[in-house]
Write a new protein. Structure first.
Length: 157
C-alpha cells in the first residue's frame, strides 16, 4: 500500500553524490528539519534536467526554510556523477535507488516498474506532510508549490 500524507515517512539508507563526494544518506540524519524528497525517472533526460536545474536555481528559497532537498532515481552513482558534472553540479545530493527499495516503500513505481516523478515533503518529526505522485510526463512540481508545502509542514510541527 502506498504511503499518504500523515503517515510516518519510510526510512532509507542510500548512497548518493554531491559536490563530487560519495557517501551514504539516511532520512534520520535530517531529523528536526523538513526534507523535500524528489523522485525522478532518469539522469540526462530533458524534463528531469529542467526540474533539477530549476530547484538548484531556487535553492536559497529552500534553505531560507531550512529545507533539505534530496533527489532520487534508479541510476547508479556513476550515472549521477556524470549527470551532475555535465550540468555543472546540483545544489543537493542525487541518491541512487538501484534496487528500487525506496520506490517500493514510497509507492513511486509506475507501470512495468518505471520510476514516476513524485515529491514528498517530510516534516521535522519524520511524517509525510505532502505527497504528490506524478508520472514520467513533461511537467514537474514548481518551486512555489514545494515551498508552500514546506511552510505548511513547519506550521504543523
Amino acid at each position: 500500500m502506498a504511503v499518504t500524507a500523515g503517515d510516518p515517512a519510510p526510512t532509507f539508507r542510500l548512497w548518493g553524490v554531491h559536490d563530487g563526494a560519495r557517501r551514504e544518506y539516511t532520512l534520520e540524519e535530517f531529523a528536526g528539519r523538513p526534507v523535500v524528497l524528489i523522485t525522478y525517472p532518469g539522469d540526462n533526460t530533458p524534463v528531469c534536467t529542467r526540474q533539477l536545474n530549476a530547484y538548484t536555481g531556487d535553492i536559497d528559497r529552500f534553505l531560507d526554510l531550512d529545507a533539505q532537498l534530496l533527489a532520487v532515481s534508479p541510476e547508479d552513482l556513476d550515472s549521477h556523477q556524470g549527470f551532475s558534472d555535465h550540468q555543472g553540479g546540483f545544489a543537493f545530493p542525487l541518491l541512487a535507488d538501484v534496487d528500487k527499495s525506496l520506490a517500493r516503500d514510497y509507492g513511486v513505481l509506475g507501470p512495468v516498474g518505471f520510476y514516476r516523478r513524485c515529491v514528498f515533503v517530510i516534516d521535522g518529526q519524520g511524517r509525510l506532510a505532502h505527497v504528490h505522485r506524478g508520472f514520467a510526463g513533461a511537467t514537474f512540481r514548481k518551486t512555489p508549490e514545494l515551498l508552500h508545502a514546506v511552510e505548511q509542514a513547519r506550521a504543523r510541527a
